[in-house]
Design a binder for this molecule. Structure first.
Ligand code: USQ
Length: 382
């Protein structure tokens, strides 16, 4: 396949680009370094620096990997993106090109505007570039489990059948996101659904939970190929943050009561899910939605897992319940379906102590670079 990875420099985008290249697909990775820039602006640099995207592609080839074509540019610039689609004619466009941080989107007006503008414009442009230059291309869009929020009913896989006053129909499952970032993903889904209905696009929208992980078989070829690993309060996801806190000797930052439940997955499983979705495309005129996670945990359960792994590595790990900087339910019902990707063949890597201790070992190798000032939450929802 000709695989276009939009947001190819990101935590998921770079490992995805290598993953598809390693399987013999023709890969083009596109990025405008937005996340690098705003991470620097907010003092949220990753645990270790990563080479720029062109250099990563070069180092990957030198390490025996296959060629990855790189284009630097902004997916929110239609002329640029249209050229990419016209030149590359992708079979599948994997769309990660969004501002990915919930806390960043809640800082103030400018950050909220950037998130809204970037995320929706990028999605709108992907839709139009597909329609105009590669109408048969399958769009694989990274959404988020956070689109659903935490309703007091079971969460279905994207759609719900509703019977109302004796009549039945099928609708998108109700959405109630907890940050502006998550809300942009809700709006993305609506945009995609509109163009699927009217123009017959083929789209898979992946409702993904928080991801953890630090290496993949391809990144392990050379330390310079590792993904960007954030542990700060803005770009770091909770498991990655807790592992760095464990190594730094900082009490694990459980927000509020810690009963917040989410669906988590290993970075290796993100790669599997994307590959499974890409290899069996949605039909023309279909918006296919999968819930992309492998296990659910409360924040307290995650803290316990990290404490156990820490003990195995002779780290004294403590926990501190902080006043919750977010507005979210801290005790709630949570039962999301997640059958679709399993039916396509997903073989999960569960969060074992072995997986966490291996990650702790990698963090320990960079422990001198941990900046404890990046750990406590700086952004409040209200
Ligand atoms: N949390 C803590 N302590 C921390 C950090 C987070 O208790 O130090 C809690 C949060 O309050 C939340 C949960 O852990 O209840 C998950 O937080 P997170 O920062 O790992 O994840 P979130 O902000 O929701 O966003 C991340 C990714 C985002 C993706 C989303 C999937 O940054 O791109 O869409 O996970 S989901 O959470 O399912 O919406």
């Amino acid at each position: 396949m000709r695989v276009l990875v939009l947001g190819g420099d990101g935590y998921l985008g770079w490992p995805t680009s290598m993953h598809f290249a390693a399987r013999g697909h023709e890969v083009m990775a596109v990025d405008n370094y937005l996340r690098r820039r705003i991470a620097q602006e907010t003092g949220s640099e990753p645990l270790f620096p990563t080479p720029n995207l062109q250099d990563r592609a070069t180092f990957y080839r030198q390490a025996g990997g296959r060629s990855i074509e790189v284009r630097i540019g902004d997916c929110a610039d239609y002329r640029f993106l249209a050229r990419v689609f016209a030149d590359f004619k992708p079979d599948v466009a994997i769309h990660y090109a969004e501002q990915p941080s919930a806390p960043y989107s809640m800082i103030a007006y400018d950050e909220a505007w950037l998130t809204l503008h970037n995320n929706l414009t990028a999605t709108f442009n992907v839709i139009w570039a597909t329609m105009e230059h590669a109408p048969d291309c399958h769009i694989v869009k990274l959404g988020t489990m956070g689109e659903y929020g935490t309703p007091n009913i079971d969460i279905e896989e994207g759609w719900i059948d509703i019977e109302h006053k004796g009549r039945k129909d099928r609708f998108l499952f109700p959405r109630a996101a907890g940050s502006l970032y998550h809300t942009t993903k809700v709006l993305d889904t609506d945009l995609l659904w509109f163009y699927v209905r009217v123009h017959g696009l083929r789209v898979t929208d992946l409702m993904q939970g928080p991801v953890y992980g630090l290496s993949t078989p391809e990144s392990d070829r050379d330390g310079r190929l590792l993904p960007n690993f954030h542990y700060d309060d803005i770009f770091g996801t909770v498991v990655n943050r807790f592992l760095v806190q464990a190594v730094a000797g900082v009490p694990l930052t459980v927000y509020g009561k810690g009963g917040q439940t989410r669906g988590y997955l290993n970075l290796l499983d993100t790669l599997q899910c994307i590959e499974l979705a890409a290899s069996s495309p949605a039909q023309r005129g279909e918006l296919r939605i999968f819930n992309q996670f492998t296990e659910t945990f409360t924040v307290n359960q995650l803290a316990e897992h990290v404490q156990i792994a820490g003990r195995a590595m002779h780290l004294a790990v403590t926990v501190q319940n902080l006043a919750n900087p977010r507005k979210e339910r801290e005790e709630h019902y949570y039962n999301p379906a997640h059958k679709g990707l399993a039916e396509l063949g997903l073989e999960p890597h569960p969060m074992t102590t072995g997986i966490l201790t291996a990650m702790l070992g990698q963090v320990i190798a960079h422990r001198d670079r941990i900046d404890a000032r990046k750990i406590l939450p700086r952004v409040r929802w209200s």
